[in-house]
Design a binder for this molecule. Structure first.
Ligand code: ZN
Length: 288
């Protein structure tokens, strides 16, 4: 594999204002596709925001036309084969044989990081416009609140690659069961309006009001005591986990990796030989 060619040294922009830390994914040329450079930058920024006493709320948003098109499976900055300084106890994935490589990598950068972010003490708001696809959903779902523009849309089309959903399998907890099945089995996008009517999105706003409305909602949270916010987050996380969320995710993660292994045995690679371009074409065709 060739070395990644990064188009930026700052895949996440960080700006703290009045107690709110705004994290803006900054790969607009590639729809904010998440390479490891970006996921590690997000992890560092979220960890720093959680440690910073001047920050009370964390906002996650995308620069350019979209929130996030998902995990990077085909830009020049794709760096799945590169070692990074790890943040979990998992050993480096690079050079591991068979299914071990992908499993170790995704325990660290996908399931592991999403759980770390969900389990942090400070409330997170996803401020979403445009596409929120596959790995993009994972970022939205770790947040406490989701605010979306009218043009936002949500999709998990990875069954085209044989996967029973993305690595962070929160589908059936974010949506009613039939709709969660529909999201995965059809791979079609949910409009912001439908996602709102189903309770997955808290509020829909026009594009020009996304930032101001996100700031207004963040300001409401600023009025609450820090420790109370952390306890509330824990209470909701623990409730969901008692309802089976954590165990369901562990189970689905295993199946997701059976699909990676199956792809490696039966197709060109562990994502069924589908390129970023193929998936973009599928997403364009399905676009609402
Ligand atoms: Zn995967």
């Amino acid at each position: 594999m060739t070395d990644p060619v990064y188009e930026t040294d700052a895949p996440v922009l960080v700006e703290t204002q009045n107690g709110v830390c705004w994290l803006t994914m900054n790969r607009p040329r590639y729809g904010n596709a998440q390479n490891s450079q970006m996921t590690y930058a997000l992890d560092a920024a979220i960890t720093a925001a959680n440690a910073d006493d001047t920050v009370k709320v964390i906002v996650l948003r995308g620069g350019g036309k979209n929130f996030s098109g998902g995990h990077d499976i085909g830009t020049p900055g794709r760096d799945a084969h590169v070692s990074f300084k790890r943040v979990s106890n998992w050993y480096d994935h690079v050079g591991r044989p068979g299914a071990e490589m992908q499993f170790a990598r995704e325990m660290e950068v996908y399931l592991g990081m999403c759980r770390r972010w969900r389990e942090g003490p400070k409330p997170m708001i996803a401020s979403i416009h445009g596409a929120c696809i596959a790995g993009g959903l994972m970022l939205a779902w770790v947040c406490d609140l989701i605010i979306a523009t009218e043009d936002a849309h949500f999709a998990d089309p990875v069954l085209h690659m044989g996967f029973p959903g993305v690595e962070y399998f929160a589908h059936a907890f974010e949506l009613p069961p039939r709709i969660a099945r529909e999201l995965v089995l059809l791979g079609e996008p949910l409009s912001a309006t439908r996602a709102h009517s189903l309770g997955m999105v808290n509020k829909i706003v026009s594009k020009e009001h996304l930032e101001s409305e996100t700031a207004r909602i963040a300001a409401r949270i600023l009025a609450m005591p820090n420790f109370g916010l952390a306890l509330a987050r824990q209470a909701f996380n623990n409730t969901e986990d008692l309802q089976g969320k954590r165990a369901a995710m562990d189970m689905a993660f295993g199946l997701h990796h059976l699909a990676h292994a199956h792809n490696s045995l039966t197709a060109e690679d562990n994502i069924a030989g589908l390129s970023g371009r193929d998936m973009a074409q599928i997403n364009r065709k399905d676009k609402i």
